[in-house]
Design a protein around this ligand. Structure first.
Ligand code: AMP
Ligand code: MG
Length: 511
């Protein structure tokens, strides 16, 4: 395979200890490690569009060389390494975390920018703590499919190049009931411009290691925010502002398609604003803003759908605290953070208007969206199916009868039915005043209202089959995620309400 290396992360200082022994890594950015090589690994899925980012040709994509690459047998001009970071987990400072089951092989000059190549599941690193550094098939399937699904949905995300069976069977207590069992192991090759997290800055700030905090920040700006040239301290504020805008844009995307990350700890927030670390995530089925997919979070529901905006802001505040020593201008940070809520509301309103096909400004825009969401919640509407259904209706079809099939209830109160009739009439009135014909509006709306999403019950079905050696559903899903906004007849059987037998779609943090 042809590729140009661009290993600029190595400009940063390496740990002097080169063993995989668990430890606190001080005054360094990464530790060189010895990854496991799996003799019996097997490639299950690979992403052609992700390979294209790396400049891999179609011929190379199908070559033995590529297989060697994705099974982590190709060194990329450096000894592989695991990165240091810390983080706030569930609202509390957790100290050093770091790449416990991820190992970076190097950086490649891609078709548009330099990408970092990282494998998950190649064994222990200094950051593995009590973990073994391996990954199991079920969590790897979830990471692979959702990374690629999000990219095709247009949401900023780390990418996944491949899903590989390791050929080994790590022990996992899957249901946390004291019954560990051997599970098929797997490797995912992740691709992103960088894997730098909010927690990468927090760890240096927490250790009062201001020299390395500055080195990391200058490095990040130089390579990933090159429009900012650091000349004065106020340029660190510009950097922070840019991170806020990127995080905000990603958040608005999540909310608009009903995506709940599930573990928005500061170590799971990318400095580039990409969705990162796919664990117990989920899409809203029934529109219940208080839903969280993470069973570990069931009590407090910190990471529930409706709380994601507050949490992203909270995480940005932690990043601001970490960057503060570089410029010591609390007022400037505060001003930016204080604008967040209003900016979020404005951007969300614009996004919702696109979802509804409303192209003119009107004073009632906000109340129209709000009352719709209230009705959807009260009627237990399926978030995805509802918006897609609305995208398909002609103005003459705007009746309660046309939308009731996407509710998780057979009957709603008479009062609610009347409220729907009122809302639909007002909506239809707005549409008719716009002077846009139905078919162009429908086309435009469909681009903001996905038809095909990977619900947790679907992933669970694919996982169960794959664990039994049947990869047909994996392959089917890896195809369908490529056209989430299209009326693809191949997806028809999945465009239905979540079946009752599917349970509550939540998962634990288990890796
Ligand atoms: P996550 O919940 O995946 O974001 O991971 C939180 C922290 O736990 C990170 O430092 C991970 O590297 C670490 N971790 C998760 N799973 C494992 C594992 N199987 N072995 C070692 N470390 C792990
Ligand atoms: Mg993580």
């Amino acid at each position: 395979m042809d590729y140009k290396l661009d290993n600029h992360f190595l400009e940063l200082k390496a740990d002097v200890d080169q063993t995989n022994r668990p430890r606190q890594v001080l005054e360094a950015f990464y530790s060189y490690v010895e990854p496991r090589v799996f003799a019996d690994s097997k490639l299950l899925l690979s992403s052609e569009s992700c390979a294209q980012l790396l400049g891999v040709s179609l011929e190379q994509f199908h070559s033995k060389d590529f297989e060697k690459f994705v099974t982590a047998q190709t060194k990329l001009g450096t000894q592989p390494y695991a990165c240091l970071y810390g983080g706030h987990q569930f609202g509390h400072w957790a100290g050093q975390l770091g790449d416990g089951r991820a190992i970076t092989f190097g950086q490649i000059k891609g078709s548009d920018q330099t990408y970092t190549i990282q494998y998950k599941g190649l064994g222990p690193t200094p950051f593995s703590r009590a973990g073994d550094g391996y990954a199991v098939l079920r969590s790897s399937i979830r990471e692979y499919l959702m990374s690629e699904a999000m990219a095709h949905l247009g949401v900023p995300s780390t990418r996944a190049l491949s899903l590989v069976l390791s050929g080994e069977f790590p022990m996992r207590d899957r249901y946390y009931n004291g019954n560990p069992k051997a599970e098929p192991g797997a490797i995912v090759c992740r691709v992103a411009p960088n894997f730098i997290r909010f927690g990468s800055f927090e760890i240096f700030a927490a250790r009062e290691d201001l020299i390395n905090l500055k080195i990391l920040t200058d490095y990040t700006i130089e390579h990933y925010f090159p429009q900012i040239k650091v000349q004065t301290k106020s340029d660190y504020i510009r950097f922070f502002e840019e991170v806020v805008q990127r995080s905000l844009a990603t958040l608005v995307h999540w909310q608009s398609i009903g995506f709940v990350h599930g573990v928005l700890n500061t170590d799971n927030m990318s400095i580039s604003g990409e969705t990162i670390d796919y664990g117990p995530y989920g899409f809203l089925d029934e529109y219940d803003p208080s839903w969280t997919p993470n069973t570990t979070d069931e009590q407090n529901r910190r990471y529930r759908y409706e709380n994601q905006p507050n949490i992203v802001l909270w995480n940005l505040l932690k990043l601001a605290n970490a960057l503060y020593p570089l410029c010591e201008d609390a007022k400037a940070f505060e001003t930016i953070l204080n604008r967040f809520k209003l900016q979020y509301e404005q951007q969300m309103l614009q996004k919702n208007k696109l979802k509804l096909g409303l192209c003119k400004e009107a004073v009632e825009d906000e109340s129209m969206v709000e009352s719709l969401l209230d009705l959807m919640r009260e009627s237990k509407a399926d978030f995805t199916l509802f918006f897609r259904k609305l995208s398909e209706l002609n103005q003459s079809q705007m009746t309660y009868e046309s939308i009731r099939e996407v509710f998780y209830t057979d009957s709603i109160s008479e009062d609610l039915e009347v409220q729907w009739a009122v809302w639909l009439k007002a909506y239809q009135h707005r549409l008719s005043n716009q002077g846009v014909d139905d078919s162009s509006r429908q086309q435009q709306m469909k681009q903001h209202n996905p038809r095909f999403i990977l619900r947790n019950y679907m992933l669970e079905e694919a996982i169960q089959k794959a664990e039994a050696g049947d990869y047909s559903l994996l392959t089917e899903f890896s195809d369908l995620i490529k056209t989430p906004y299209e009326d693809n007849p191949q997806a028809d059987r999945w465009i239905v309400l979540k079946p009752e037998s599917a349970g509550d779609s939540s998962l634990s943090c288990s890796s």
